[in-house]
Design a protein around this ligand. Structure first.
Ligand code: COS
Length: 382
């Protein structure tokens, strides 16, 4: 798809493509098996300026638009889904809310650090609060010139790698409706009382550093509260709108990798005296895969384009994420099917794509929650 990028954007994307194909893809199997991202890969991402992809140049970033950024996420995911989510979470639900909701003094304090490659994480989900994000229980009690945080967060991507955590906590337990009692805080890793818990043992996306994070009488200065008291839920929702574009792009990258693998296998594997690619049953699968990937790309592109123009994109981001993630699991399923018995073996990358695709239907809002968001907008006539 022609994204109509400038020469500079094209050059940056080309650099990412070479990095993803040359440096990440050859190590993806090892990253999956050993469940980590080597520090050399993170260092190279820093050198390419990727952690500042969308941060304005005035704060040390590359100042890229969302269309280019989505293409970067897709390229990374095509090589390794875990690497792509490291950047997507950092950019969409850590750097983005700072860019949009923080005061100028906070922006000057934190954005250059994130642009330079200190990793950002997002703490919303809790053991008892997933889709119903407004029910979160982590408390933020006002105490002098700061707040004291207590509670448990789960499924925190980059949980042990991060330097900065954007944490949603309840500063007003009496608020009615309850979501208006939630505030957003930026907690530094060095803060006393932040405890990194267990690393999750996941089905897929194994390279992602998914952790429990606990706050135990963790003191946060009032100067680290992002936005007004009580604005945290809306900050989280807006951040997730932006994050859903990234997850959509990630799902496309995984699907494209699965499709590439199936295509190569279908050309090479001989049955009944001919390559699989000569059989119409296989061709139909390949055609469906290609159409679905392209359709998802257009939806992600539309949401990114609207965001870049400052237009409302909540519905389009939810549509892009919903369609791309369900597409990704379908495509990975068919790609594995084309591989037959070999697709079920660890020797072929397609089983990893199959496992990696699945989570895109779950995190940053399940498919059910995307349908809820879309239906509410449709019913309002938006
Ligand atoms: N942008 C800005 N504001 C938004 C918003 C958005 N995308 N979505 C909701 N809001 C606002 C609403 O306008 C409402 O504001 P008021 O205080 O003015 O009434 C407020 O937030 C509450 O909205 P709503 O009533 O829709 O909240 P619900 O509790 O019904 O929850 C869903 C809405 C389900 C959409 C939300 O909880 C959600 O996205 N859940 C999934 C969470 C998620 O993605 N978790 C994964 C985290 S990554 S592991």
């Amino acid at each position: 798809m022609d994204l109509n990028l400038t020469d500079e954007q094209e050059m940056i994307l080309q650099g990412v493509r070479e990095f993803a194909r040359g440096e990440i893809a050859p190590r993806a199997r090892e990253m999956d098996a050993e469940a980590y991202i080597p520090s050399a890969v993170i260092e190279q991402m820093r050198a390419l300026g990727l952690f500042g992809a969308q941060i304005p140049e005035a704060y040390g970033g590359l100042g890229l638009d969302t269309v280019t950024y989505s293409a970067i996420i897709e390229e990374l995911a095509r090589a390794c889904a875990g690497v792509s989510i490291l950047l997507s979470v950092h950019a969409s639900v850590a750097a983005y809310p700072l860019m949009v909701f923080a005061g100028e003094e906070q922006r000057r304090r934190f954005l250059p650090r994130l642009a330079a490659g200190e990793i950002g994480a997002f703490c919303l989900s809790e053991p008892g609060s997933g889709s119903d994000a407004a029910s979160l229980k982590t408390s933020a009690r006002r105490d002098g010139d700061g707040y004291v945080l207590n509670g448990a967060k789960v499924f925190v991507s980059s949980g042990s790698l991060a330097s900065l955590y954007l944490v949603m906590a309840r500063s007003d337990p009496q608020a009615d409706p309850p979501h208006r009692g939630i505030s957003a805080f930026l907690v530094e890793r060095e803060a006393a009382g932040i405890v990194i818990g267990r690393k999750e043992d996941k089905m897929g996306l194994r390279a992602d550093d998914t952790m429990e994070v606990f706050f135990e009488d963790c003191r946060v200065p009032a100067a680290n509260r992002i936005g007004e008291e009580g604005a945290g839920f809306k900050i989280a929702m807006k951040s997730l709108d932006s994050g859903r574009i990234g997850v959509g792009a990630q799902a496309i990258g995984i699907a494209q990798a699965a499709c590439d693998a199936a295509l190569a296998y279908a050309r090479e594997r001989q049955q009944f005296g001919r390559p699989l690619a000569h059989f119409q049953a296989i061709q139909n699968k390949l055609a469906d895969m290609a159409v679905q990937i392209e359709a998802a790309r257009l939806l992600v592109h539309q949401a990114a384009w609207l965001k870049d123009r400052g237009r409302s994109y909540t519905k389009q981001a939810a549509m892009a994420k919903l369609f791309a993630s369900e597409m990704s699991t379908r495509v990975a399923h068919q790609a594995l099917q084309i591989h037959g018995g070999y697709g079920y073996m660890k020797d072929y990358a397609v089983e990893r794509y199959y496992r990696d695709a699945r989570v895109t239907e779950i995190y940053e809002g399940t498919s059910e929650m995307q349908r809820l968001v879309i239906a509410r907008q449709v019913l309002r006539g938006e």
